[in-house]
Design a protein around this ligand. Structure first.
Ligand SMILES: NC(=O)C1=CN([C@@H]2O[C@H](COP(=O)(O)OP(=O)(O)OC[C@H]3O[C@@H](n4cnc5c(N)ncnc54)[C@H](OP(=O)(O)O)[C@@H]3O)[C@@H](O)[C@H]2O)C=CC1
Ligand SMILES: CC(C)(CO)C(=O)C(=O)O
Length: 347
């Protein structure tokens, strides 16, 4: 495929998920990727990425077609066909819409959200009402440190259009199929197209909302929290509450969903969910999109969630500690009043 006929893709956020998306798309031969790097920019510009990947093997001094250190303008070299967002969603400190805005061409660029979280799409749709939004739930295991990627769980995700009533459904489907074809073109990954991505987001938030949050609070991995008594006292009851929220939102996840999700990660693995990895690194947490948004739906629908409410309250205080440590927040002199559960957080 000539460079001219290749899709132009921008990837914003080159941690584990974003870098492996760059690799899949470049290796498919169907896309030219521009990657926006931040803390790893100088290092990767000089040495390239060092990648150990369960799907792609060992790649040394690997680089996408273009490396930049800020989000480029859409019209400097033709519009981007797809902009992949693969940063963490931390609305307390980052406005993703503002960050990607320069690269989005109205009516043309399709925005692909490759991020965890529940209902992360509506604020993006509001900011870019004439652009197709694709939403992907990734099961990859890939972590980046200073240009070095360890990718040890296969690159597999469900992807669907987050339907915008202002846009033609057929057009959304064409963009979805085009993206999945380009991604799967490298033949070693699996981007699985689905009709209703919200169903898959609820399934995934059953895992992330409970394991990520409870492991982050206790600093125990998924196996340790279960073996030490957390399974019956917190994990299962938390999942029962999450399934009830999904049901109230119109998504019946099935009667075996709790067993399925408790056991989705083998106990032999001693796995550290991404939110626990963020606590380990002192990074802010995706608390609002992984738990907050689901609890706001619970409030709207009148679903009682006492365990998840307290989980959220603890996470919000851990988040405050992390934000203070990174200089994003000052401890106020007055005592903050009100319950976190009822304070709406806007991106
Ligand atoms: N890693 C995994 O295995 C999985 C992750 N996910 C989800 O995928 C998403 C991405 O996760 P992951 O790859 O682990 O995240 P990381 O934290 O590893 O990477 C995020 C990247 O985004 C960059 N970034 C943040 N803000 C900006 C900005 N303003 N401009 C440019 N770059 C920026 C960060 O740069 P810097 O280094 O400078 O901070 C970092 O390189 C998250 O929603 C996560 O929950 C889902 C499934 C599995
Ligand atoms: C490990 C994984 C992929 C769980 O499905 C995840 O989403 C996380 O750790 O946040």
């Amino acid at each position: 495929m000539s460079t001219d006929s290749k899709l132009k893709v921008l990837v914003v956020g080159t941690g584990g998920v974003g870098t492996m998306a760059c690799v899949a798309l470049e290796r498919s031969g169907m896309a030219t990727v521009t990657a926006v790097l931040r803390s790893n920019y100088e290092k990767v510009l000089r040495d390239g990425f060092e990648i150990e990947s369960i799907n792609h093997g060992k790649l040394s001094a690997w680089r996408p077609s273009h490396i930049v250190n800020s989000v480029p303008e859409s019209d400097s070299d033709g519009p981007f066909d797809f902009v992949i967002v693969s940063m963490k969603t931390i609305p307390e400190i980052t406005n993703i819409n503002k960050i990607i805005a320069p690269s989005i061409t109205t009516d043309h660029t399709t925005i692909v959200l490759m991020q965890n979280g529940m209902y992360i799409e509506p604020p993006v749709m509001e900011a870019f009402p004439s652009n197709v939004i694709l939403s992907a739930t990734s099961y990859i295991g890939a972590h980046e440190r200073n240009g070095h990627i360890i990718h040890d769980d296969p690159d597999y995700f469900h992807i669907g259009a987050f339907h915008n009533p202002r846009l033609d459904t057929q057009h959304e489907k064409q963009r979805l199929d085009l993206f999945a074809t380009a991604y799967n073109g490298c033949k070693v990954v699996n981007a699985e197209v689905v009709d209703d991505i919200i169903f898959y987001r609820w399934r995934k938030i059953m895992w992330n909302g409970i394991y990520n949050s409870m492991c982050a609070i206790t600093q125990l991995d998924n196996a340790a929290i279960r073996r030490l008594g957390g399974e019956d006292s917190l994990i299962r009851p938390g999942m029962v509450e999450m399934a009830a929220i999904a049901k109230a939102d119109g998504y019946d996840l099935g009667e075996n969903i709790v067993d399925e999700m408790v056991n989705a990660t083998p106990i032999e693995l001693s796995f550290r969910p991404s939110m626990l990895v963020d606590v380990d690194k002192g990074n802010p947490l995706e608390v609002e999109v992984i738990l907050g948004n689901a609890l706001r739906i619970a409030r709207q629908k009148g679903v009682q969630t006492p365990i998840l409410d307290n989980t959220y309250r603890f996470l919000k205080l851990i988040q405050a500690r992390l934000l203070v440590a990174r200089g994003h927040l000052n401890i106020p002199e007055d005592i903050l009043t009100g319950d976190f559960i009822y304070i709406v957080h806007q991106q």
